[in-house]
Write a protein that binds this ligand. Sequence first.
Ligand code: IPM
Ligand code: MG
Length: 359
Amino acid sequence: MEALIAILPGDGIGPEIMREGVRVLEAVAESAGHRFELREALIGGAAIDAAGDGFPTETRAIVKEADVTLLGAVGGPRWSAPNTPVRPEKGLLDLRAAMNVYANLRPVKTHPALYSASPLRPEYLIDVDIMVVRELTGGIYFGKKNRTADEATDVCTYHRSEIERVVRMAALFARERNGKVASIDKANVLETSRLWRSVTDEMFREEFSDLELETMFVDAAAMHLLTRPGDFDVLVTENMFGDILTDEASMLCGSLGMLPSASLNEDRRGLYEPIHGSAPDIAGQNIANPCATILSVAMMLRYTLALKEEAALIEQAVYAAIEAGYRTGDIAQADTRPVSTSTMGDQVIEQYRQLAKAI
Ligand code: IPM
Ligand code: MG
């Protein structure tokens, strides 16, 4: 197959982890005979430095033309002073809005090889397999903002149609999985959550009565994710709650550096990115974990490019490399020396080649 892929490395560790993601893509193309044309563009702080805008026109044009987009991470202390006029994060939000990728899938799946990397006891980690569906283009992150010297406002708005489309996406995923959806809100306090809950209840009564719906307040959900993570199947929630809960949930998998994501729009021309940030404290040292980016490449092959076998092979290759003892610092075992970002990439590619040959 042929595909045009926009590559947006971004800031901090972005370029390092992207390098490994691209190498994995190239290995897949070579071994399966696909032609991926990669077109690199600026996003975030790097784009602000070059063009004064975190999501410049040239990047917009490349993303629009591409079949799919892969992103590293944005942000850093250079662009984070309290009064900075343009922030890198705004570039990422603008990109998500331009692509209309309203459904952000964040799979949280534990693996025995990484139980020891999690701060939770192993008995809590058995068979955890959650698909978090985070609403990505609405809510408080996109509402009107205002700031005076002594007062600040962020407005949170949701329209029924924004809730319906993301809840529908979550329900359709649940149908392919275990048929359970947990919808997370704060309906005891927030008006947007009360609308969210009533729309969701109505949809499950009328359109998805074959599925099981559980509604839960976000504070309770934060606790239940740690005390009974194995009970969740699909979890759907608004933008900010999803942002926070998935960083928490990543600890079930051992590290924030393990969690990929897929952001989909109506026609599934997706944006793929790790859920972690640009980690400026370790940038440029070749020590960051590239697995979340590599696993995002797998999601891209599965959901946008319909290359399911190659996607599954990448996922197997990542865990085979980890089982073989290759681990970056964030997931390293106490008695072993962590490997570099590029060695981790080498090992995943090596495992991929062996797995592909065995088919
Ligand atoms: C994420 C990140 C972003 C978000 C930031 C960088 C804008 O935290 O993808 O989870 O809040 O969505
Ligand atoms: Mg986040």
